[in-house]
Write a protein that binds this ligand. Structure first.
Ligand code: 2PG
Ligand code: MG
Length: 415
């Protein structure tokens, strides 16, 4: 028997960074323990798989402990495909409705961690699809709004910083922390009385408009850029499905107190890209508007990456459609949107082949560990979207520094 045989699998209920129940799984491979919990989204896309079976986390835990554990014991974990094939045979649905995508994710990740430990290699090597390891550029949420923040915060969900031309990962990481810190000072100066409150991902959640937030972030990014001597970019996640009212067919801006038609929304996005020199725009339109995305890609040309999150939901089949329609130039990869790591890997492979920038991403509700960074390096992610402050975000950022120690701090991805 190979040393990479699964000996035991056990699940339990724990909590994520938002205080929501989530599933955690322990897997023993040979003599090594792998432990992983699943994240959860709040601005969740309609095309994501079911996170849990009917009955929620408790039911998922029961299914693992009563049934899946028995099925998985004895499976060779030297390749994650074996493990996920066994799970697929148990739940043949495409949307993971029987066992839940988060259950699959936690089992697969825990198995990968255990197997990599047992083999004696880092996780990013166990799950690799490339040998040319690069450190992804950290994309960090500085000012938050939308569903991640309270009433009165910016309507767009995330105003982001990305250290585009940092010479090495140490300075890249430092840049985002500095931008975050300086933005806090500017918010205090410009918005008297702001409590420095934070949203779900550790980003400031001020009571102000997207426009004012972008003005402030532009100032912070420019100052830190000058100080550190390299270009830092500004990006946004509009998370436009959260604004979209399908009955009225309007984008509803609650903080601004206005509604935009689809055409006005496109105009607004293009205007802000120019005015604030945005280099990254995620989900500028609601999740079914492939043609609208294509229009934006066509208008922006090389100016900014147009990234699909809810539009694709990490689904390889939808990704192929979007590529055909030229709807995106970047892809958010969130493994728990599809449950299976192998499907996320397929999406990553397609995007690499088709020159779509792979952006490996956290969720707004995260477990406190840093494994996501290994997935990003393993899958050739050019960007790691993992927030800036907050323990569960910093864990991912610190992992960039640790992997940098192994492969070289200057081995940084370029867009
Ligand atoms: C997003 C994410 C993470 P959520 O929209 O990109 O920032 O949010 O996890 O709530 O879907
Ligand atoms: Mg998003």
């Amino acid at each position: 028997m190979s040393e990479t045989i699964i000996r035991d699998v056990k699940a339990r209920l724990v909590y994520n960074s938002r205080g929501e129940e989530t599933i955690e799984v322990d897997v023993i491979v040979g003599r090594s323990l792998g432990r992983a919990a699943a994240p959860a989204g709040k601005s969740k896309g309609g095309k994501e798989v079911f996170y849990y079976p009917e009955g929620g986390v408790e039911e998922a835990v029961k299914i693992v402990n009563d049934n899946l554990s028995r099925i998985l014991k004895g499976v060779d974990a030297s390749n994650i495909v074996n493990v996920e094939d066994a799970l697929r045979r148990y739940d043949e649905s495409i949307d993971c409705r029987k066992i839940g995508g988060n259950t699959v994710f936690a089992i697969s990740l825990a198995t990968s961690i255990a197997a990599s430990k047992e083999i004696g290699i880092p996780l990013y090597k166990y799950l690799k699809i490339t040998d040319d390891f690069k450190l992804p550029l950290p994309l960090g949420n500085v000012i938050g709004g939308g569903k991640h923040a309270g009433r009165g915060a910016p309507d767009w969900q995330e105003l982001l910083s990305i250290p585009l031309e940092a010479p090495n990962i140490k300075l890249a990481v430092k840049a985002n922390f500095k931008v975050h810190e300086y933005t806090g000072k500017l918010l205090d100066k410009h918005l008297g009385g702001f409590t420095l409150g934070k949203g779900d991902e550790g980003a400031y959640a001020p009571t102000t408009t997207t426009e004012k937030g972008l003005e402030i972030l532009r100032e912070a990014v420019d100052k830190v850029s000058d100080e550190l001597g390299f270009k830092i970019g500004l990006g946004v996640d509009v998370a436009a499905s959260s604004l979209w009212d399908p009955r009225e067919k309007m984008y509803v801006y609650s903080t601004e107190g206005r509604k935009l038609t689809r055409e006005q929304q496109i105009e607004r996005v293009l205007e802000y890209v120019d005015r604030f020199n945005l280099c990254y725009v995620e989900d500028p339109l609601e999740e079914d508007d492939f043609d609208g995305f294509s229009e934006i890609v066509e208008s922006l040309k090389e100016k900014a990456i147009v990234c699909g999150d809810d539009l694709i939901a990490t689904n390889p089949a939808i990704l192929r459609e979007a590529i055909k329609k030229k709807s995106i130039t970047g892809l958010i990869i969130k493994p728990n949107q599809v449950g299976f790591l192998t499907r996320a890997i397929e999406a990553a492979e397609i995007s690499r082949r088709e020159n779509i920038v792979p952006v490996v991403s956290h969720r707004s509700g995260e477990p406190p560990e840093g494994y996501l960074t290994h997935l990003a390096v393993a899958w050739g992610g050019k960007i790691l979207k993992a927030g800036i402050v907050g323990g569960e975000r910093v864990a991912k950022i610190n992992e960039l520094l640790r992997i940098g120690e192994e492969i070289g701090f200057e081995k940084i991805a370029r867009l």
